[in-house]
Design a protein around this ligand. Structure first.
Ligand code: G3H
Ligand code: ZN
Length: 283
């Protein structure tokens, strides 16, 4: 069933596992991720960036595609459709009205007062629709959808204020993680994560899940991280498989035959993450 993230994240936080957010780009991603979730008996979050939403034909198309695939699969596990890095109240409202069950309002690039104000506005609308809300403090490094930023650690007091004043369901405190591949080992601020966990009473979100070693994933989960976002790793796995197939059979032209192996690769990657995050058999 399609649900908000609220309950799945609270259960994850309570029981020491994290639910993966896997970003979708087209039909094949939705197929691969839903199949992985069903086979692993795992709750799952389908992440949709504004750019990917536009690419797929708009938020309405995304919701129709996901709902209809879930119906034809008879998907038995909880699934959330979540707007990733929503850039404005407008975009979040558009996603909510299209039927998304969860949104992230990313006001992290504005001063905290503005971040709290826009997040509070989104929460007010979201609550009417039973939609969960994620918000961010600090800056995740690297690039997403063309927006490039340096790393800025989340400020403890700002985290406290955002959670308290805007009543969000989960918080993404940027603590050294990066979108895309890491240059060398990631250096996550676990001390800060612990302080934030103790100061706010909501599940934490880790962005930039690609390339984080298992020991860091486990440490983050032990410090209240109940949602981990993965995007690049699926894209790399898919592209690697498609490239290999086309190299081996340069005369292929039927998209089903070269995209199929890419879809399998996404599915295997997602299943591996679900096991690593501990969400397998938790649906
Ligand atoms: O919001 C999405 C992500 O944080 C994904 O990051 O592409 O590094 O896995 P990633
Ligand atoms: Zn992110």
């Amino acid at each position: 069933p399609l649900v908000s993230m609220k309950e799945m994240l609270e259960k994850g936080k309570e029981n020491g596992y994290a639910v993966g957010q896997f970003n979708i780009n087209n039909l094949e991603y939705v197929q691969a991720i839903l199949q992985a979730a069903e086979e692993e008996k795992s709750p799952v979050i389908l992440g949709v960036s504004e750019g990917a939403g536009k690419y797929m034909g708009g938020f309405n198309v995304v919701v129709a595609m996901v709902k209809s695939l879930m119906e034809s699969y008879g998907t038995p596990v909880p699934v959330a459709i979540h707007l990733d890095h929503g850039s404005s109240f407008q975009k979040c409202a558009e996603a909510i009205h299209a039927g998304f069950t969860s949104v992230m309002i990313d006001g992290s690039h504005s001063p905290i007062e503005e971040n709290i104000a826009v997040t509070g506005k989104v929460v007010e609308l979201a609550q009417i629709h039973g939609v969960s809300v994620e918000a961010e403090v600090g800056t995740v490094g690297g690039e997403e959808d063309g927006v490039i930023g340096g790393i800025k650690y989340a400020d403890l007091e700002e985290c406290q204020r955002l959670v308290k004043e805007a009543e969000i369901d989960c918080l993404a405190p940027a603590l050294g993680s990066v979108h895309g591949e890491y240059q060398g080992e990631p250096n996550l601020g676990f001390k800060e994560m612990e302080e934030i966990l103790n100061a706010v009473n909501v599940p934490l979100v880790l962005h930039g899940g690609t390339g984080i070693p298992t020991k860091d994933i486990q440490k983050a989960i032990s410090l209240g991280t109940a949602k981990i976002n993965v995007n690049t790793e699926n894209q790399l796995a898919q592209t690697r498989a498609v490239r290999k197939t086309l190299e081996e059979k340069p005369n292929l032209y039927d998209p089903r035959k070269y995209l199929g192996p890419g879809t399998e690769a996404i599915k295997e990657t997602v299943k591996g993450k679900m096991r690593e995050f501990g969400s397998s058999n938790q649906a």
